[in-house]
Design a protein around this ligand. Structure first.
Ligand code: UTP
Length: 279
């Protein structure tokens, strides 16, 4: 019998305004921006499926209905292209719709990533869950980032964050961690700070948009006061767990593109295009 995966649910906070892509994001969610022919959020869902998850919980906001429509059947369109060479272009999304369950809730006020995750509590319930920020596109030749993290969760049974080394001058764009390296590239986190100035940063190890969280995070988020920029920060809540040694950070294998920025978005488009052409 196939082993039941330890983590079933992946939460996608997708309620942000995406102001760096205005006016494109005025009436369209940032998560629907395509890299080649696929929207960012579809890459995220495929990564979660590869890690064994089939329940996708999406926190949306005003103007985000395109996400719901994307993960739904479009009978007219499918009927129209049936039997043509274009039919295969919908095969991947159809497979996702057949295999996964999608649920949605709305974040009414954009009070930060921590608040968006707390909003997802109603969809997640009391179980460990993964979080993907779809604007961080991660690509791997072999095992996806989330799969690597699920293995670590099986071993350590606590919250896991994905990290990468960044230019030390860029620390004020990320949550930065420090801790003891317990295996090559694996750290038990002792400190984490949201967007510190370079001179205040405890390291250059930055958290990227992949998390596995234990459900006690919801109670912690509930009592977390707004931090940097007046937003409820997931980093502050994770710091509570880190105080009792319950956060592991993992330098993942693979490449991340920050598709929430124009530079990262263009770089991802060019590199994935070149790869497609060379295959
Ligand atoms: P970002 O910091 O990239 O913010 O959010 P943003 O609003 O999406 O984009 P910019 O900076 O205005 O261009 C990181 C992730 O957290 C989600 C976003 O959708 C994104 O996936 N988020 C952020 C929420 O869901 N709700 C919030 O209140 C804030």
């Amino acid at each position: 019998m196939k082993k039941k995966p330890l983590i079933n649910v992946c939460l996608f906070p997708a309620a942000g305004y995406g102001t760096r892509f205005l006016p494109a994001t005025k009436s369209m969610p940032k998560e629907m921006l395509p890299i080649l022919t696929k929207p960012l959020i579809q890459y995220g869902v495929e990564e979660a499926m590869e890690a064994g998850m089939n329940t996708m919980a999406i926190v949306t906001g005003r103007g985000k209905r395109a996400i719901e429509d994307h993960f739904d059947v479009s009978y007219e369109l499918e009927h129209q292209i049936k039997g043509t060479s274009k039919e295969k272009m919908l095969a991947d999304i159809r497979h996702i719709i057949d295999k996964c369950v999608f649920s949605y809730t709305r974040q009414i006020e954009m009070k930060g990533l921590g608040h968006a995750i707390l909003t997802g509590k109603a969809l997640v319930g009391h179980q460990p869950f993964a979080v993907i920020l779809a604007d961080d596109l991660c690509v791997n030749e072999n095992e996806g980032v989330l799969s690597q993290m699920v293995k670590l969760y099986e071993k350590y049974q606590c919250s896991i964050v994905a990290i990468e080394e960044i230019d030390p001058q860029q620390t004020d764009k990320y949550g930065i961690i420090a801790g003891a390296e317990i295996e090559p590239g694996i750290y038990r986190v002792s400190t984490m700070i949201e967007k510190p100035a370079p001179e205040d940063a405890p390291s250059n190890l930055a958290i990227i948009g992949r998390y596995i969280l234990t459900p006690d995070i919801f109670d912690i988020l509930q009592r977390t006061k707004p931090g940097k920029a007046g937003e409820i920060q997931i980093t502050d809540a994770l710091m509570e767990q880190a105080k009792s040694g319950n956060v592991i950070a993992c330098k993942f294998n693979g490449k991340r593109y920050d598709c929430g920025s124009i530079d990262g978005y263009v770089q991802a488009t060019v590199e994935l295009y070149n790869e497609m052409k060379n295959n």
